[in-house]
Design a protein around this ligand. Structure first.
Ligand SMILES: *Cc1c(COP(=O)(O)O)cnc(C)c1O
Length: 418
């Protein structure tokens, strides 16, 4: 622990130390990071930065004081709802990210079950590919979670999930697409299973929400997943991923305002006054909301379609290139921007893909590690435009380098503690 300095320092001094601190961070500007930072290009960065500096000091805690933030939220939610083919009744809120959107969806499902059906021991059903945030929600909000192994194609086993539906089920979860292998679950079947007991069906489109609608406009086939599917009650979509806004903003949508009411918290017996809270935060920065509004306004649907085209071309080139490398295999039939690959299990002397990840990192390429099976994961985006050829070259070199070697480090780390 370092003590807090008695005297302050000059702005120049402070800023130069901050700049130095960043020296060992991944160099996302070079496009060599697959995930974590989504770069829509210089103009998108510029509009986000200008909006952020305009709203740096605003507080969205109370939109009576800052009506502009109320309007910004309502417009961004409305645009997203129309993109995801919500009926006119669709309503929602902005949250700080995918995790918060998911927490809100689980809380709303629990409350709906309690109030409409008298469920006191709520259960939810998730595939093993469903994001860890659902487990966090079950832990925080006291639900029993059934985690069901995926099928060989990495999609949710909808029959096994449907078989678990019972009178305590308040939520069935599907993903569009799921994060680990990038495949879309059979959402209509999951929604029907949920509807059979009047439970919620949440579609986690944190990754797909700002990709699938544009992929469809590019003529790609996208299995049904949005509000067009009857029985889908809530959807999460992250603007701070493929929506190309800076970190801290996601959308949670409910099919109706009545369903949305189960998400909110109201309290009227506090000396501080009536307290109405849409999501999990109290004091809430206006920066991510304003930046998201600005980026979406700047890009429009056409701008997003262009970014989606670049992204999907990058991902296709990457999948095809990896498939050609002897000893590696792409997991699942992902069609979109998530690419995971493992060692070919039929290989006599399988490549240690974690050692491969280290070799790639030494060459400046950063991937997430996942298991089981041991594999390397990429969230491809517009950021990676122009570098996939170099990447594949580095990949081939790295495979040659690590063949016959292994690393003791078997850790995976999607997220870290400190
Ligand atoms: C990123 C992601 C989340 C979690 O979102 P955060 O913004 O990291 O909190 C949930 N589900 C999927 C499919 C994701 O890709």
């Amino acid at each position: 622990m370092t003590g807090f300095a008695q005297t302050g320092r000059s702005i120049d001094d402070v800023m130069s130390e901050l700049a130095d601190k960043r020296a060992n961070d991944v160099k996302w500007e070079d496009g060599r990071t697959f995930g974590m930072v989504y770069d829509g290009g210089p103009e998108v960065r510029e509009v986000a930065e200008q909006a952020a500096s305009l709203y740096l000091h605003e507080n969205a805690l109370n939109t009576k004081a800052f009506p502009s933030l109320g309007a910004i939220q309502s417009e961004v939610v409305g645009w997203t709802a129309s993109l995801l083919r919500g009926p006119d009744t669709t309503s929602g809120f902005l949250t700080s990210g995918g995790t918060e959107s998911i927490l809100c969806a689980v809380k709303a499902a629990r409350e709906r079950g309690r109030i409409e059906r008298g469920v006191t021991e709520p259960e939810m059903i998730v595939a093993t590919s469903g994001h860890a945030a659902f487990h966090k929600a079950a832990h925080l909000f006291g639900l029993t979670i059934h985690s069901v192994p995926v099928l060989d194609d990495w999609t949710a086993d909808v029959d096994a999930m449907a078989a678990l539906v019972n009178e305590n089920t308040v939520l069935v979860v599907g993903s569009a697409p799921q994060y680990p292998q990038g495949v879309i679950d059979d959402i209509p079947s999951l929604a029907a299973a949920a509807a059979s007991v009047d439970a919620n069906c949440h579609v986690d489109a944190c990754m797909g929400g700002f990709m699938l609608p544009f992929a469809e406009r590019l003529g790609r086939t996208v299995a049904p997943w949005d509000f067009q599917v009857e029985g889908v009650t809530t959807i999460s979509a992250d603007i701070h991923k493929l929506g190309y806004a800076p970190k801290g903003v996601s959308v949670i949508l409910h099919r109706t305002k009545e369903l949305r009411r189960y998400q909110t918290f109201l309290f009227d017996d506090w000396l501080g006054g009536f307290y109405a809270s849409p999501n999990l935060q109290g004091t809430r920065s206006g920066v991510p909301m304003a930046a998201a509004w600005a980026v979406m306004s700047h890009l429009g649907i056409d701008g997003y379609v262009d970014l989606a085209k670049a992204t999907l071309d990058n991902a296709d080139q990457m999948r095809a290139g990896i498939a050609e490398v002897e000893g590696l295999t792409v997991l699942g039939d992902g069609q979109f921007h998530l690419v995971a690959f493992a060692a070919d299990p039929d290989d006599d002397d399988p490549v240690d893909v974690f050692a491969l990840g280290d070799a790639l990192q030494r060459r400046g390429w950063y991937h997430d590690r996942q298991t089981p099976p041991d594999n390397l994961h990429s969230t491809v985006s517009n950021s990676n435009t122009g570098v996939i050829g170099d990447y594949l070259e580095a990949l081939r070199e790295s495979v040659d380098e690590v063949r016959g070697t292994a690393t003791d480090d078997r850790s995976t780390s999607y997220a870290t503690l400190e």
